[in-house]
Design a protein around this ligand. Structure first.
Ligand code: DAH
Length: 348
């Protein structure tokens, strides 16, 4: 083969411009096969060397080797360049805009009734009371009988009861507790005086709901049993509670009321903290707002508990957390608490 056929310059310039044009890995690989591969342009030049004059063979051989080295280096540089471009493109694609406003974490909060219940409980705890709990499914015995509400006692009508559909000997002995008062008995069975305890918890009644009635409510039961406890202790303790809950200048009113498990029984009212007693919407023009039932624990219950009712006396009280929360926040409908409307609940 004649030396003139081996035009290294032409090979070099074609190879360089093709390399420049390669725009991805596949094109780059095709270029490598064409120019540097076993059947590539340069290799075939080197193969042809055998047919050249000795002088020419040396010259072309060394030039071709230099060119091969240059093209290999150019190939590697191009490969790195393409890799860099690809990485940059991927980063651009998956790029995060750090200037976007962050997604807000929604932090929950305690339900307003939980808040109120805790406030009430805390006030009594600060006065030396401890806290206990009892079951929401009660027996007829604890919910009624042990509190001197016999089966045919008319006062049972005050608490329209949700019974559990479970029959035993023709009776339905289980019910959703209608109040927290059964825990007076449960606690006294387990403890000896002196007793100072509050028992918060949910209670259930068969109520047609309206702005002031719900079928599930939260009560807080208060019980103090000791030697020498009198109605003065009841008044003093509950008055102190009312002042801490509704303001230091509150006045309280106690009136006779009937609950079979206390004697005497009272209802306790505070002077309206909105109008100061003149009469307004919150107090239904009464000037007074009833907030709980209370009384001196019936001596018959104390002796049923094995206490010496000649020496030991006690007072008990029960209040509804929803009612207290309604009053404190000026809410007009008790049903709002359990409709799970965040627009309402988020205000507390
Ligand atoms: N258990 C009564 C109710 O749910 C409230 C009550 C009244 C509780 C008098 C008491 C009490 O402890 O002495 O209506």
């Amino acid at each position: 083969m004649a030396a003139g056929i081996v035009d290294l310059d032409a090979i070099a310039s074609t190879a360089r411009s093709e390399l420049d044009a390669a725009s991805d890995e596949a094109e780059l690989e095709a270029w490598r096969v064409t120019h540097l591969g076993r059947k590539g342009t340069l290799t075939s030049v080197l193969r042809q060397l055998g047919g050249l004059e000795i002088e020419e063979r040396r010259r072309v051989g060394s030039e071709a080797n230099v060119l091969k080295g240059e093209l290999e280096a150019a190939f590697e540089a191009k490969r790195d360049d393409l890799k860099g471009q690809k990485l940059a493109a991927t980063m651009l694609e998956g790029q995060i805009d750090v200037t976007l406003p962050a997604r807000k974490k929604r932090v929950g909060r305690l339900h307003p009734i939980t808040q109120t219940t805790r406030e009430i409980v805390d006030i009594f705890v600060s006065m030396g009371f401890s806290v206990a709990e009892g079951p929401e499914v009660e027996t007829d015995y604890y919910n009624f009988e042990a509190l001197l509400l016999d089966r045919d006692h008319p006062a049972r009508d005050m608490q329209d009861t949700l019974y559990i559909d479970y029959e035993r000997d023709g009776q339905y002995p289980f019910m959703m507790r209608t109040h927290t008062s059964p825990n007076q008995v449960r606690f006294m069975e387990e403890h000896k005086p002196p007793i100072r305890v509050v028992v918060p918890g949910k209670c259930y009644r068969n109520e047609a709901t309206d702005p002031t009635h719900e079928w599930m409510i939260t009560q807080i039961e208060v019980l103090a049993v000791d030697e020498g406890i009198s109605l003065a202790d009841l008044k003093g303790t509950l008055f102190e509670f009312a002042k801490r809950m509704f303001g230091q200048d509150r006045r309280v009113r106690f009136r006779c009321d009937y609950f079979p498990y206390v004697e005497p029984g009272v209802d306790m009212a505070i002077d309206c903290f909105i109008c100061g007693g003149d009469g307004c919407r919150t107090c239904h023009q009464e000037g007074w707002i009833e907030i709980m039932g209370a009384g001196m624990v019936h001596p018959e219950i104390l002796s049923n508990m094995g206490y010496d009712a000649e020496r030991v006396t006690g007072f008990a009280a029960g209040m509804g957390a929803e009612r207290i929360a309604l009053l404190r926040h000026g809410i007009e409908d008790i049903r709002r608490f359990y409709q799970n409307d965040l627009r309402f609940l988020e205000q507390f």
